[in-house]
Ligand binder design. Structure first.
Ligand SMILES: *[C@@H]1O[C@H](CO)[C@@H](O)[C@H](O)[C@H]1NC(C)=O
Ligand SMILES: *[C@@H]1O[C@H](CO)[C@@H](O)[C@H](O)[C@H]1NC(C)=O
Length: 296
C-alpha cells in the first residue's frame, strides 16, 4: 500500500514525473503495445536471463537454485525489470521469495499504460505478510484498495503468488488458496477497475531511498544498509493470456476494456517495446527521489 503513503506525501513529484515520462492513452494518442501473442507463457529464471524481460534499473543475477535475484547492497540500489510484452486479462503466477530487511519493499506488479495496476508487495520487516493492492487509471486517492494477507515465511520459502485477472473480477491466490477478490463494480463502479493491457514488473527498493516519513513508516522504518545484502528471488513466472495478440491498441480515450483492439498480426504502427512510457509509481518514486534521469 505504498502508493497510498506516497500519495499523501509525494503526489506532486509523482505527478510531474509521471506526466514527464508517460504516454497515457486516456490523454493522448500512443503507439500500440506489443502483445503476448500466445495463450500460455512461462519463464524459468533458474535457466538464466530471458530476452522477453528487460532491466529497467540496476542488475539481476541468475542461478539454478534461486532463479532471478535482485539484491540491494546500498541506498542507491533498486533493481527493477519488466516484461517486453503486454497481456490482456488472464492469470499470472510468480514463484517468489521476498527480500528481508526493514524498509525493503519487494514487488510483483501488473501495470498498464493508463496506470491500471494490480500488485503484490512484501515488506522486509514482515516476513509472514504480503500486501495486495490495485489502481485504476492512476487514481491514487487514499482509500481502501490495499489489504494485508498472511503467508508463512515469505523470505525463505517459495510460495506461489497468483493473480487471476478477468474483466469481471480479480482474485489473488497464495499457494492455490484465494485470499482476496475484487469485483469490477467495487472499483468505483468499474471506472477504477484494472482493465487495460498490462505488463509485468518485478523489483525491490528501499523506502529509505528518498521516501517521505510516511513511506518509511509504511515500509516499517529506515533500512540499515550495514545489514545488506537484501535479496528477493523469483524462480519462475507463468502467464495465461486470455486475449493473445501481436499488439493492443486503445480504440478511444475511455480506458475501458471494451475499447481495446487486439491485433492478431503485426501492424504497421509504431510499437513501444522497450520504451518507457509506462512507469509504475515505484519507478517514478525512485526516479523522482534519486534524481535519476531517463533510466526507466
Ligand atoms: C478515485 O478513487 C476515489 C476513491 O475510491 C473515488 O472516490 C473517486 O471517484 C475516484 N476518481 C475517479 C476520477 O474515478
Ligand atoms: C500456482 O497456483 C495456481 C492456482 O492459484 C495453479 O493454477 C498453478 O498451477 C500453480 N503453479 C505452480 C507452478 O505451482
Amino acid at each position: 500500500m505504498h502508493f497510498n503513503h506516497l500519495t499523501g506525501f509525494l503526489l506532486p513529484a509523482l505527478v510531474s514525473a509521471q506526466t514527464f515520462t508517460s504516454c497515457d492513452p486516456t490523454k493522448k494518442t500512443c503507439g500500440s503495445d506489443v502483445g503476448l501473442n500466445q495463450a500460455k507463457y512461462n519463464v524459468d529464471f533458474t535457466k538464466g536471463t530471458s530476452k522477453d524481460w528487460k532491466m529497467t534499473y540496476g542488475t539481476a543475477k541468475y542461478d539454478r537454485t534461486n532463479g532471478l535475484s535482485f539484491t540491494i547492497n546500498k541506498i542507491t540500489d533498486a533493481p527493477t525489470m519488466q516484461s517486453e510484452f503486454y497481456f490482456f486479462f488472464g492469470t499470472v503466477t510468480a514463484i517468489a521469495k521476498a527480500s528481508p530487511g526493514t524498509g525493503i519493499v519487494s514487488c510483483v506488479i501488473l501495470e498498464s499504460d493508463d496506470l491500471d495496476e494490480i500488485d503484490w508487495e512484501w515488506l522486509g520487516g514482515q516476513p509472514n505478510q504480503v500486501q495486495t493492492n490495485y489502481f485504476g487509471k492512476g487514481n491514487t486517492t487514499s482509500y481502501d484498495r490495499g489489504s494485508t494477507e498472511t503467508v508463512q515465511d515469505a523470505q525463505n520459502t517459495w510460495h506461489n503468488y497468483t493473480i487471476q485477472w478477468t474483466s469481471a473480477f480479480t482474485t489473488w491466490y497464495i499457494d492455490g488458496a484465494p485470499v482476496r477478490t475484487l469485483q469490477y463494480a467495487d472499483a468505483v463502479g468499474g471506472a477504477n477497475y484494472p482493465q487495460t493491457p498490462m505488463r509485468v514488473k518485478l523489483g525491490t527498493w528501499s523506502a529509505s531511498t528518498g521516501g517521505s516519513q510516511g513511506t518509511i513508516e509504511w515500509a516499517g522504518g529506515q533500512t540499515n544498509f550495514a545489514q545488506a545484502p537484501f535479496t528477493m528471488h523469483v524462480k519462475s513466472l507463468s502467464i495465461t493470456n486470455s486475449n493473445p495478440g501481436s499488439s493492443y491498441v486503445y480504440g478511444d480515450r475511455t480506458g475501458s476494456f471494451k475499447s481495446i483492439k487486439v491485433q492478431k498480426k503485426l501492424a504497421n504502427l509504431p510499437e513501444n517495446v522497450g520504451d518507457d512510457h509506462s512507469n509504475s509509481y515505484v519507478d517514478v518514486f525512485i526516479k523522482a527521489f534519486m534524481g535519476v534521469p531517463d533510466l526507466f
